[in-house]
Design a binder for this molecule. Structure first.
Ligand SMILES: [Fe+2]
Length: 309
């Protein structure tokens, strides 16, 4: 899953007069996306954009899920972080699309999170509000057989397989809630684009340095058959140490493999670094961008330390 411009981040309902983050029965407007509106029937969503999970999936849909799951599962060793591998079984039987409520029954006692269905991409404020309440939105439709290798928007396979196992990790679970709270603040500070870069480079495409080598923890990597091995093993992309200001200054691609990744030492580092108020950081990053510009994908500046594959 690469083409979600800013995950969960959209500019708000089409009716500009309506309060942002309140479903008006129409698709949200997304940043940097193509001509067609986001897929999904927004007429069936509640005001907070959550909906009832689709009642019954077809045999074809279950089969797509089963094949995607099997393909990703077999390549996790050596590529995915241990915390992810330890929790992936929490998704339940891999042969059919699970019920979100059944996963929530295991997730809530573990970290206090629950899963909620949504019809597709949702506006950023609605997204942040759900995360801040420890409710993770999961798109409830699955890609078509023709989209087996590549689907433009996140579907239920990406959202479940990519994101949900790490919600069973207490530190990462707290980070996700902190991100939601930070997002609500960023909305008021007009800093959502900067914060979206943090989400992109950690939650979607993050790498972690372990004693055994680099491993992936980002959902966009873990749910992608091709980019997962590329991100960890290829000598093509550049890999830099986690640095909040650097990440917020960096542009990223939404239509191809990432040209660069950022590497954390631990989930504790991620949580600790994002605990302080970001308002001064936003000011600092804006000043740097005004002075020296944004940084293009895959560019390494003089003096920056790189991680090797
Ligand atoms: Fe995602």
């Amino acid at each position: 899953m690469r083409a979600q411009a800013t995950p969960g981040a959209a500019a708000g309902p089409a009716d500009a007069a309506a309060p942002r983050g309140v479903n008006q029965g129409v698709p949200p407007v997304t940043y940097g996306q193509g001509e067609r509106p986001p897929r999904g029937d927004y007429g069936r969503a509640r005001s907070d954009y959550t909906c009832e999970q689709v009642g019954a999936y077809s045999a074809t849909e279950h089969d797509i899920y089963r094949r995607l799951f099997a393909r990703q599962l077999q390549q996790l060793p050596g590529l995915a972080c241990d915390e992810f591998i330890a929790a992936v079984h929490q998704l339940g039987a891999p042969d059919r699309i699970p019920r979100l409520d059944a996963i929530t029954e295991r997730l809530r006692p573990a970290t206090g999170w629950e899963l909620v269905a949504v019809p597709g991409l949702i506006p950023e404020e609605a997204f942040f509000a759900l995360l801040a309440a420890r409710r993770f939105p999961v798109t409830d439709w699955i890609r078509t057989p023709q989209e087996f290798d590549y689907v433009v928007e996140p579907d239920i396979f990406h959202d479940l397989f990519g994101h949900v196992p790490l919600l069973f990790n207490p530190v990462f679970a707290d980070y996700m809630q902190a991100y939601g709270r930070g997002g609500l603040k960023a909305s008021r500070l007009d800093a959502c684009e900067l914060l979206a870069r943090l989400y992109w480079t950690t939650v979607e495409f993050g790498l972690i340095a372990t004693p055994a080598g680099l491993r992936a923890y980002g959902a966009g990597l873990l749910s992608s058959a091709a980019e997962l091995p590329y991100s960890v093993r290829s000598d093509q992309p550049r890999r830099l140490a986690f640095d909040l200001a650097r990440m917020m200054r960096s542009r990223y691609r939404i239509d191809s493999f990432q040209a660069g990744y950022f590497v954390i030492d631990s989930f504790d580092q991620l949580f600790a670094a994002t605990a302080p108020d970001f308002a001064p950081l936003y000011d600092q990053v804006r000043a740097t961008i005004a002075r020296s510009g944004e940084i293009e994908p895959g560019v390494v500046l003089p003096g920056e330390r790189e991680f090797r594959a």
